[in-house]
Design a protein around this ligand. Structure first.
Ligand code: GDP
Length: 184
């Protein structure tokens, strides 16, 4: 799906987004939470990614987001440029209980900007907000980074289903706004 903003049969718009971030920060759990029963999981064994679709209503339009998950490939540093190609949005996830995963956000941002669409919408997500006693990343630090890097930011808990819907919807709505402006 290289041509970025496509009109499909069962929706008004279709576009690709990606999940990225260190291993075990909760990417797969966030995706299955968001996709719930309105989705189907699929995979591209050749490149090892998994993805899900979810239809969302934005205004009077039906927008279908194809959301790619790394399927653990970041563990082996095996993410290639094809993973990012054509993506209009990215959810960059870290784990609020592991400082190192937050330190690595800059590295992932660099990759996104190198291989991704220039005006890609990026949402920074601090996951596992339910684990307050184990917190190693302050909300203020993430807010500061988001401001400097021009990202949306939200903390989520895939486990308790906190802000998961909001984080994805924020990304999807923003992509829709930008892309529909362009195609006017
Ligand atoms: P991925 O490698 O980034 O796709 O991470 P996974 O979705 O496989 O999650 C890694 C581990 O973190 C699993 O044991 C999950 O059960 C756990 N996990 C994911 N999200 C949360 C969360 O919001 N809260 C807590 N407490 N655990 C989570």
């Amino acid at each position: 799906m290289d041509n970025t903003f496509v009109v499909d049969e069962d929706c008004d718009y279709l576009f690709k987004t990606v999940l990225i971030g260190d291993s075990a920060v909760g990417k797969s759990n966030l995706l299955s939470r968001f996709a719930k029963d309105e989705f189907y999981l699929d995979s591209k064994p050749t490149i090892g990614v998994e993805f899900a679709y979810r239809n969302t209503k934005v205004g009077d339009k039906i927008v279908k987001a194809q959301i790619w998950d790394t399927a653990g490939q970041e563990r082996f540093r095996a993410i290639t440029s094809s993973y990012y190609r054509g993506a209009l949005g990215a959810m960059l996830v870290y784990d609020i209980t592991r400082r190192g995963t937050f330190e690595n956000v800059k590295k992932w941002l660099h990759e996104l900007r190198e291989f991704g669409n220039r005006d890609m919408v990026i949402v920074l997500v601090g996951n596992k907000s339910d684990l307050t006693d184990l917190r190693e990343v302050d909300v203020e630090d993430a807010q500061k980074l988001a401001q400097v890097e021009n990202l949306c930011f939200m903390e989520t808990s895939a486990k308790d289903n906190l802000n998961v819907e909001d984080a994805f919807l924020q990304m999807i709505t923003k992509i829709y706004d930008i892309a529909s402006q362009k195609s006017l």
